[in-house]
Design a protein around this ligand. Structure first.
Ligand code: HEC
Ligand code: HEC
Ligand code: HEC
Ligand code: HEC
Length: 172
């Protein structure tokens, strides 16, 4: 009996730390823009904004979307989980950011803690505070495939697609 209570308390403790540990929230690309729109840092904000990822929610209001929706037996693509899961992946977790579509924090993790300058400039600290990086082309590709693998039965050429959307820091 004592043993069971011990494991129960330990379990609750671990569960609690997992919940607290992941208590980062989404802040929106406007917050990243402040620091990531200068040429000297690589202007990631503009590169993203010019990419189709920034339009992935609004494209759901197009005529083509209505056609696709009909074929998928969906009535309102801008509300349908079947479309939002790839076109507006924050729709559940941060509904106010739904219209940002495939935004920075979809790929880099919720930014409430890592966006502070003192944390951002230190890669290890940023990762500890929720920043998601990938480290290898294979890891990046695996992530892209979550949405791009066989999407609308279209082929996905990772190398070419990455060339289109990459947004590196300038080489020092
Ligand atoms: C207060 C300024 C500031 C804000 C706000 C900010 N960043 Fe940064 N970010 C930096 C700095 C400084 C670096 C370090 C690289 C450098 O020196 O340019 C960096 C680096 C990064 C890196 C690369 C890390 C690495 O080591 O490769 C990513 C990814 C990143 N930021 C994403 C974001 C995202 C996403 C947001 C919004 C949620 C954001 N940043 C908000 C200043 C900022
Ligand atoms: C598995 C992820 C995924 C789902 C689910 C998904 N899409 Fe897409 N959608 C994509 C990707 C990825 C592209 C970009 C394809 C490309 O151009 O290579 C895209 C492109 C589009 C486009 C623009 C260009 C085109 O090819 O027509 C429209 C419109 C669209 N999707 C509508 C929808 C609608 C409506 C739904 C829900 C019925 C939906 N999508 C569900 C991933 C998805
Ligand atoms: C579709 C996913 C995706 C989106 C959207 C996205 N990024 Fe990235 N970003 C990546 C990947 C993948 C890398 C490469 C990281 C790695 O190799 O670990 C990267 C790298 C970066 C880097 C570091 C580049 C370097 O040279 O180290 C910065 C800074 C960055 N992103 C900021 C942003 C900001 C700011 C936004 C929004 C304005 C954004 N990203 C949107 C996927 C994305
Ligand atoms: C959360 C889902 C999601 C993830 C993850 C994702 N994408 Fe996309 N991507 C989309 C959607 C949805 C579109 C279509 C947007 C539109 O047409 O308006 C798209 C469009 C694109 C396009 C434009 C296609 C064209 O015909 O010009 C490129 C390039 C692209 N993605 C590359 C990537 C790469 C590279 C990665 C991985 C680093 C990635 N995407 C990760 C959902 C995603």
């Amino acid at each position: 009996m004592r043993k069971a209570a011990f494991w129960l308390i330990l379990g609750l403790f671990l569960l609690g730390s997992v919940i607290i540990g992941q208590n980062f929230s989404y802040v929106g690309s406007g917050k990243c823009k402040m620091c990531h729109q200068t040429e000297s840092r690589g202007n990631q904000y503009s590169l993203w904004q010019q990419s189709k990822h920034a339009q992935s929610f609004s494209v759901l209001t197009s005529e083509k979307a209505a056609e696709r929706a009909q074929a998928a037996d969906v009535s309102t693509p801008t509300e349908a989980p079947q479309c939002l899961k790839c076109h507006a992946p924050l729709a559940d977790k941060a509904p106010e950011l739904k219209d940002e579509g495939v935004t920075c924090e979809v790929c880099h993790g919720p930014g409430s803690a890592y966006r502070k300058f003192s944390i951002m400039k230190d890669r290890a600290k940023a990762i500890e505070n929720g920043l998601k990086l990938y480290g290898s082309p294979e890891a990046i590709k695996t992530y892209c495939l979550r949405c791009h693998e066989n999407a609308h039965h279209q082929p996905f050429n990772f190398a070419a697609a990455w060339q289109k959307i990459k947004h590196p820091l300038p080489q020092k």
